[in-house]
Design a protein around this ligand. Structure first.
Ligand code: MUC
Ligand code: MG
Length: 381
């Protein structure tokens, strides 16, 4: 299965409402779609969803990294040697996890399609037929978040409130008001997205824990491993790392320092499905629980994430794969089903997704988008 070509397209997809995070407001969501084709005519699809200001890579840079730097070296490579392909990409260029992860994802889809098996079969097989789902409340306004949670209760029993921007007192009050409104009908977690310093976190987590918040995600900057250790030791409410765990080495450091109770795993930030499984294996060995994270993927990425999540024994905290519900249109056929507050892991060959080339053309980026930190603004530049 020698690689013949790699194509990339940037798309900007519509969302149901502006999604407010500590670092950005998303009112159109950007993805780089990767299509690989082998010399024997097998095709595979990858999706790199990008949360603005979350990581180190951006859509245009990812596209040119793949088109101009990585792809020229990969033509003719036998993609069945998947671990070799990942190591080869690391020789071509350091870091650039999103770009490499998108290529690897598309190769996994192609290999599994050629073998006529679901992708999870390449990673040890499926342990979970379905994965409990979490909806992210990102209005930044109490009444809107409560109304949205009420409307979503049919599909979701786990909610995550995005805080970490603005007044910490307002952040805590908003999360607790949502928690009180939902009562025992749902669990409520928070994601601070690195927004607090340690003193604020020590105060804020105390309040959130007393108010019944279920999990606290990434309160401190990702590099502050010792601060995360102190919070993990101090509080009984689980502390989860997200931005603090990008690489397998990060996972190892967190495990060695007892610097989190849980990790949020994401194929894109770890640089592919093999590397995500590596992080999961370290967590499993250390007794750390996993949460299936998201970068707000559509059908391709959500299926890919679900495939690898389904193979992880310690993925016991559900998954944030709400992308297909937040995005109001997609460039691929629907393959994701939702049942009993959970996502059903697809059993079709590969990721089971078919590209809609008309939609791909329709949503293809025409101009660069500029995201601001406090307004749903997309001024062309
Ligand atoms: C994050 O920090 O988990 C993904 C979805 C969302 O609402 O936030 C992001 C990133
Ligand atoms: Mg997070």
């Amino acid at each position: 299965m020698k690689l013949h070509s790699i194509d990339t397209t940037i798309v900007d997809l519509p969302v149901a409402r502006p999604h407010k995070l500590a670092m950005a407001v998303i009112d159109r969501h950007s993805q780089v779609i990767v299509r690989v084709r082998t010399e024997c005519g097998v095709e595979g699809l990858g999706e790199i969803a990008i949360i603005p200001h979350y990581g180190e890579e951006a859509p245009g840079a990812i596209k040119s990294m793949i088109d101009e730097v990585i792809a020229p070296y990969l033509v003719g490579y036998d993609i069945r040697r998947l671990e070799g392909l990942v190591q080869f990409m690391d020789q071509i260029i350091k870091n650039n996890a999103y770009a490499k992860g998108g290529i690897e994802m598309a190769c996994v889809d192609a290999i599994a399609r050629a073998l006529n098996v679901p992708a999870y079969q390449l990673f040890g097989g499926k342990l979970h037929d379905s994965i409990p789902l979490l909806w992210v409340l990102g209005n930044g306004v109490i009444d809107k978040d409560i109304a949205e949670a009420e409307a979503r209760l049919g599909d979701y029993k786990l909610f995550l409130v995005k805080i970490g921007k603005g007044d910490p007192r307002e952040n805590v009050d908003r999360a607790l008001a949502i928690r009180d409104a939902l009562g025992d009908r749902a669990q409520v977690r928070v994601d601070i997205n690195q927004g607090w310093d340690e003193a604020t976190a020590t105060w804020g987590i105390g309040e959130l824990q007393a108010g019944g918040i279920e999990i606290i995600e990434q309160p401190l900057p990702g590099h502050n491993v010792e601060g995360m250790r102190r919070l993990t030791e101090r509080f009984t409410v689980p502390i989860m790392a997200d931005e603090g765990v990008m690489t397998a080495q990060d996972a190892l450091r967190i495990a060695q320092r007892n610097a989190a109770d849980a990790l949020s795993v994401k194929v894109t930030k770890h640089g592919g499905m093999l590397r995500t499984k590596q992080v999961a294996n370290i967590a499993q060995a250390a007794g750390i629980r996993l949460f299936g994270g998201t970068m707000i993927e559509g059908q391709i990425g959500t299926s890919a994430y679900a495939q690898i999540f389904s193979t992880m024994p310690n993925l016991t905290l559900g998954a944030q794969l709400f992308g297909p519900h937040l995005l109001t249109d997609d460039i691929a056929s629907p393959v994701i089903a939702f049942k009993d507050h959970a996502l059903v892991v697809p059993d079709l060959p590969g990721f089971g997704v078919t590209l809609d080339t008309d939609k791909l053309k329709f949503y293809q980026r025409q101009a660069c988008l500029l995201y601001t930190s406090d307004a749903a603004d997309d001024t062309p530049c």
